[in-house]
Write a new protein. Structure first.
Length: 94
């Protein structure tokens, strides 16, 4: 197994890993399903979606590590163990 800074929580068959202050995910066979490039990672919900962020914007990946949408969301919420609610917020200059 490659060297990681941290092996995180095991949830729904996946483990959060960190290296150089970035996050990724590996499956229960210790195979990376995505690059270790995310600024933050939540766990997989019951439908196989995982919220991940890059540069303060959130998006989703699936259990194959495929990015499912553009990283444009300011907020993702978990409801009833499903990621469904999103918000895009445009900030005004003060």
């Amino acid at each position: 197994m490659k060297h990681y800074s941290t092996l995180g929580a095991y949830t729904n068959g996946f483990i959060i890993v960190t290296k150089n202050n970035k996050f990724g995910l590996m499956d229960e066979n210790k195979k990376l399903i995505c690059k270790i490039k995310y600024d933050d990672v939540w766990f997989f919900d019951n439908e196989g979606f995982c919220a991940v962020s890059i540069n303060g914007k959130w998006g989703y990946i699936n259990t194959k590590g495929e990015e499912l949408c553009k990283f444009k969301y300011n907020l993702l919420q978990l409801r009833e163990n499903k990621f469904k609610i999103v918000r895009i917020q445009k900030l005004k200059n003060i």
